[in-house]
Write a protein of this length. Structure first.
Length: 227
């Protein structure tokens, strides 16, 4: 996810806006899917996964040239560990992502006339959930790292495809993003998670990120041409 020379303000605006819209898509499509599915959880999940993958593809295509389209602290940290440089300091990326994620949840609530403030109640705890998040994040980061090196033109489609698949084959429905996880603890809708379960998800996501970095080093190395 390399970027041309752009201003720090533009890069941070892209990370903020992209993460905001991503969360609005995740939460909003979960609300709409649940309403239209009439109790059929599989249909609601399909709608949620399809909307998220499609929206993510668009956001990466459009905002990638501006900021790299991370929208995810795990992506930012992994690329920084690899020595990548960004248009803005990497901690600023994390702040923009976190604020954008929270506001995206509130935007979804507002669009469906729901209370803006509603701490999550959806239990997502236990070893299987943590393992799922580690696997989902590992796959997402490896897709990004390998895709950026070997298939850069296909990267938006690769990332969207992984997210769509991981919605279905992981027990956690693939949050794979610390900012997303934090923000989804602020909704009681289909996409929500209890605040007390956030820590376990984030730890698993960081472990998945580290495993992806190790796998990338083994598969492709980390030479100067990676930067």
């Amino acid at each position: 996810m390399s970027t041309p020379a752009v201003s720090m303000r533009a890069a941070l605006a892209a990370e903020f806006l992209g993460t905001l819209l991503l969360l609005a898509i995740v939460v909003g499509s979960g609300i709409m899917g649940q309403r239209l599915a009439a109790g059929n959880v599989a249909v609601a999940l399909l709608a949620n996964a399809a909307a998220t993958a499609a929206g993510l593809y668009v956001l990466i295509e459009l905002l990638g040239p501006v900021s790299g389209a991370h929208f995810n602290p795990a992506v930012t940290l992994a690329l920084r560990v690899q020595g990548r440089r960004f248009p803005a300091p990497w901690p600023y990326y994390l702040v923009a992502q976190a604020i954008g994620a929270v506001l995206g949840v509130w935007l979804a609530h507002a669009m469906f006339e729901l209370p803006l403030w509603q701490p999550g109640t959806h239990a997502r705890s236990g070893g299987a959930q943590a393992l799922s998040e580690a696997v989902a994040t590992f796959g997402l980061l490896l897709t990004i790292l390998l895709g950026a090196r070997f298939r850069p033109a296909a990267l938006p489609a690769l990332v969207a495809s992984w997210i769509f698949a991981a919605y279905w084959f992981t027990a956690s429905t693939s949050f794979a993003n610390p900012a997303v996880t934090l923000a989804r603890s602020l909704t009681q809708t289909f996409a929500g998670i209890r605040p007390q379960d956030v820590g376990g998800f984030v730890v698993a996501q960081i472990l998945g990120m580290l495993a992806a970095l190790l796998a990338m080093a083994a598969l492709a190395g980390q030479g100067a041409d990676d930067k």
